[in-house]
Every structure is written in structure tokens, then in C-alpha cells.
Design a protein around this ligand. Structure first.
Ligand code: SAH
Ligand code: SF4
Ligand code: F3S
Length: 475
């Protein structure tokens, strides 16, 4: 039996791909093990920052008799460098064909090297591989891969290739199955989900009845009429409305949006789609119009503010998170201050703050990386201070509220961790009585430990911190 060990770097897209890799490998008879015992070591890489790539060189120095396979997001320049140092570089979009490649040489690929194609087509079966979900109640469902936006700093268009949307029928089927299996949180994934577009080719009876509105039990969509026929084009808001018609007890969300593509129709979904949770991740990147232009983002700071206003009008309790890069080439102190000012104005609930690092092959890599590392660190920590304040103030508004929480983890000390509908972490105190349940098989009475994990529960919020909330279980 061949044993493998898989290490995943990067974002949810990569984590989701890894769930598909595990499924393909296990179906081919491979078994997962620790890094030391593995015959095959698979590294699913991220190229957004140099640090993950540097870590791979560290791992490669330590592997001796192991077959090493690289996959995921790898820049062409890094592929060249890794080519003779690893056994295989496999394209994730070609995952359905991996088992054939493993058959070479008694199932373990020897140092054969794989032809390095930059953007092989997405294999038609890539999206329909059944993932081996690492959670029993939260699932990430990819709806597209790749990106056409070419933001000047970003490696993704060079590592994942052009945008390809997954067929709408596949997505609905996967989400429907997950809901039947009891999944409570479904997150649709793509680099820029707002530009999702797919044509209907083969609607099943179930999907047809969804579209024609026979599942209106759990649905408050009023003016949504969807005429289906072959070749009807489905955009992202329509996909959300279709999924929202699937009955069940679940939350729906999506990652990531691009401000230039956040349409009125999509914003209205926060009102129209009952299952859609009030949480929006909308990367800002910079508050300076000059830097936004240099980043090739195609919106202004004013556009961004308008969008957030519009979303908050429709869904007042929405929580907004963002991505920001400090120290982009030529960013002056004044331009940085524009970002700081905008952060204060928008009052984000969460922000992923990155210091700019040049990625080989991108447009920005040709510009001089002229903001000192110490200055980048200073700017990042200044933004973090603003975030701490706005996040805490937003969280304080939730104190005293009784809200629904999805329980994710529990320890033995009557403490659980969960997520609110607007995607905030909550530490929950659970009175012992809530952790127990009486059962009476054959007339006898037993008390067993009740499993709260993966369930919705009512929690009263008692305290607000900047990065999380605290509360106690009430139902
Ligand atoms: N598709 C998403 C995320 C892409 S990568 C989007 O469009 O926003 C995730 C985040 O990493 C980006 O939003 C950006 O803030 C950060 N990032 C990307 N390239 C970077 C670079 N060269 N240096 C620093 N941060 C970077
Ligand atoms: Fe990168 Fe921009 Fe595409 Fe996001 S939208 S993946 S930041 S190129
Ligand atoms: Fe994600 Fe990193 Fe690839 S952020 S899309 S894993 S380059």
C-alpha cells in the first residue's frame, strides 16, 4: 500500500483542492500517513507570498527517499527552479488524470518529471470529483477557478490561469447533497465569484423544479422568475437565488468578491436570499486612487464607500472584512494615510493586512520595490490598530443580543467555539446540563454526552473583544 502525506499552503481554494486530492488518492488505494512515514509527499503550494515557496525549499532539503510531488499555485519561474529538484509537478486542474500518472513505475512515480504546461485546460471532470470534506458541517464548494483580472501585484492569474466557471447543475447538485447530509454552512468559492457565468446545458428534474419555483417553502424570493431553457446563461446572483431555493436549515456565503463587479443585483441578494448570511469579504487593497490605479483594480475609493453604504442599507447587521496591501511600489506616506482614513470611515469587522512583496512575472515586479521593509511593517501595524478599534466597537453592538451560533468545537471544560451568522468567532460557556441528554432505551434511563458540534444553538452575547465575542448557551 502506498502511503502519502499532503501539506497545504494558501487560501481556501487550495484547502478545497486538497479535499479533492485526498478523495482521488484514497480512491486509488493510497493511505494518508505522517510526513516521516510517507512514500509520497505532496505539497499544494501558494505563491501569493514568497514565504510559502521558501518553506518548500526547506522541506526539499530534508526529504531523502520520498517521492515529492508539487501542485497548486506555482509561478512559471518557480516551476523552472523546482523542475529538477522534485519528482513531479502536477497541474491541479488535471487532477482527474493524476492516477494515470501514478501508474507509471509501480504506482510510485520515479524521477520522471512532468511536462510543464503553463495553463492546461481545466479537465472536464475536475469540478465533479467528490471531495473528502475535512468537516462534517462546513463545506467549501468551488464554483470557478482562475482569474482574468491581472491586479498588478498578484500571482494568481499566472498560477491558476484564466477564469473557468463550473456548470450550474454540478454546483446545485453538490450543494443539495451537502444539505441533505446535514451540512450547515456552505461557502461558494472562487477568486472572483462575482464574474461567475455558466450556461445551462442539462437541467435535471430536481434543478428544473428548483428553477421553476416548486421549492418555495423556505424561500422569500418574490420577484424572481427564472425562465429555463437550454443555453440560458446563469450569473452569480441567479446562482445564489437558485441555491437559496434548496430547502433546509443552512447558511450560505461566498468568497471572494471584487468591488468592480459587485452589482446591484448581487447586493439585493442579501435581502432576497433567505439563507445568505450577512457577511461580505470585499478586498479594498488601498484607499488611494493613484495606488488603486497602479494596482489595476478599476474602482476608486469613492466607489468602494458607495458599495459598502449600499450593502449596509440593505442589510444593516452585515459584517464586512477586507484585504489590504501596504507598501505597494511608490506608495507615499500620504497615499498610505488615505488607506488609514478610509479604514476609519468604513469601520471594518476584519481585515487581512499584507506587506507588499514582489511576485516574479507580475506587472508590479517591474516596478521598484521602494518602500522599506521597516516602513511597510510600521504601516501594517498602524492599520492593525485602527482595525482593533473598529472591530471592537462593532462587536460591542452585539453584547446583550441573543443570536444563532454554529458550534464548531467543544472542549471538556464546558466551553465551545462557534460562529455567528455574520461570521464572528464566539467563545461559548455551556452549562453542564446542556452537554447532557437523557435517553431511555428499553425502559432504562441513561445520561449521555450531547454532541453540540455542527449544530445551531442560541447564544446570549456577554462580552465583546476585538477579535471575538463571548457568550453563554441559552438553548
Ligand atoms: N482573489 C482575491 C484574493 C487574492 S490573493 C482577491 O481578488 O482579492 C489574497 C490577498 O493576498 C489579496 O487580496 C492581497 O491583499 C494579498 N496579496 C496578493 N498578492 C500580494 C503581494 N504580491 N504582496 C502582498 N500581498 C499580496
Ligand atoms: Fe489576484 Fe486580483 Fe484576481 Fe484577486 S482579482 S486573484 S487579487 S488578480
Ligand atoms: Fe490561493 Fe495562494 Fe493560490 S492565495 S489561489 S493558494 S496563490
Amino acid at each position: 500500500m502506498i502511503k502519502y502525506h499532503l501539506i497545504t499552503y494558501g487560501c481556501q481554494m487550495n484547502k478545497s483542492d486538497s479535499e479533492r486530492i485526498v478523495s482521488v488518492l484514497e480512491k486509488s488505494g493510497f493511505k494518508s500517513t505522517t510526513q516521516d512515514r510517507a512514500d509520497i509527499l505532496i505539497l499544494n503550494l501558494c505563491s501569493v507570498r514568497q514565504s510559502a515557496i521558501d518553506r518548500v525549499w526547506g522541506i526539499l532539503r530534508k526529504t531523502k527517499n520520498q517521492t515529492v510531488i508539487l501542485t497548486g499555485c506555482i509561478l512559471p519561474a518557480d516551476k523552472q527552479k523546482f523542475q529538477n529538484k522534485v519528482d513531479l509537478i502536477l497541474d491541479i486542474k488535471d487532477l482527474p488524470r493524476w492516477p494515470e500518472k501514478f501508474k507509471i513505475k509501480n504506482s510510485i512515480p520515479d524521477r520522471i518529471g512532468d511536462e510543464i504546461k503553463n495553463f492546461p485546460e481545466v479537465h472536464p471532470d475536475y469540478f465533479s470529483i467528490n471531495p473528502d470534506h475535512s468537516s462534517k458541517f462546513e463545506a467549501y464548494v468551488p464554483i470557478m477557478t482562475g482569474c482574468n483580472n491581472f491586479c498588478a501585484y498578484c500571482a494568481v492569474p499566472y498560477t491558476r490561469g484564466r477564469e473557468v466557471s463550473r456548470p450550474v447543475e454540478d454546483i446545485i447538485q453538490e450543494v443539495h447533497t451537502l444539505i441533505i447530509q446535514g451540512y450547515k454552512l456552505i461557502i461558494l468559492l472562487g477568486q472572483n465569484v462575482n464574474s461567475y457565468k455558466s450556461k445551462i446545458s442539462n437541467f435535471s428534474l430536481f434543478e428544473r423544479s428548483l428553477a421553476e419555483g416548486q421549492f418555495l417553502i423556505s424561500n422569500k424570493i418574490s420577484n424572481f422568475k427564472f425562465q429555463i431553457s437550454k443555453n440560458t446563461s446563469v450569473n452569480f446572483p441567479t446562482l445564489l437565488k437558485l441555491i437559496s431555493r434548496i430547502p433546509g436549515d443552512y447558511w450560505l456565503s461566498f468568497l471572494t468578491s471584487h468591488p468592480k463587479d459587485l452589482s446591484d443585483e448581487l447586493i439585493n441578494c442579501f435581502k432576497e436570499c433567505e439563507h445568505l448570511i450577512p457577511y461580505l469579504h470585499l478586498p479594498l487593497q488601498s484607499g488611494s486612487n493613484k495606488i488603486l490605479k497602479a494596482m489595476n483594480r478599476n474602482y476608486t475609493a469613492t466607489d468602494y464607500v458607495k458599495l459598502i453604504k449600499q450593502v449596509k442599507q440593505i442589510k444593516p447587521m452585515v459584517a464586512v472584512s477586507t484585504d489590504i496591501i501596504v507598501g505597494f511600489p511608490s506608495e507615499t506616506k500620504k497615499e498610505f494615510e488615505a488607506t488609514a482614513k478610509l479604514m476609519k470611515k468604513i469601520k471594518f469587522d476584519m481585515a487581512y493586512l499584507a506587506q507588499y512583496s514582489p511576485r516574479p512575472g507580475t506587472a508590479a515586479a517591474k516596478l521598484k520595490d521602494n518602500v522599506l521593509a521597516t516602513e511597510k511593517a510600521r504601516r501594517r501595524s498602524a492599520l492593525n490598530e485602527i482595525l482593533k478599534k473598529t472591530a471592537l466597537n462593532n462587536n460591542k453592538k452585539m453584547v446583550g443580543k441573543r443570536i444563532e451560533v454554529l458550534i464548531e468545537k467543544c472542549n471538556n471544560k464546558n466551553e465551545c467555539l462557534g460562529k455567528t451568522k455574520n461570521f464572528k468567532d464566539v467563545k461559548i460557556n455551556v452549562a453542564p446540563a446542556f452537554r447532557q441528554e437523557k435517553i431511555r432505551p428499553k425502559g432504562r434511563s441513561y445520561t449521555i454526552k450531547k454532541d453540540l458540534i455542527g449544530q445551531f444553538a442560541k447564544v446570549k452575547i456577554t462580552k465583546a473583544n476585538a477579535w471575538n465575542l463571548e457568550g453563554k448557551l441559552i438553548i
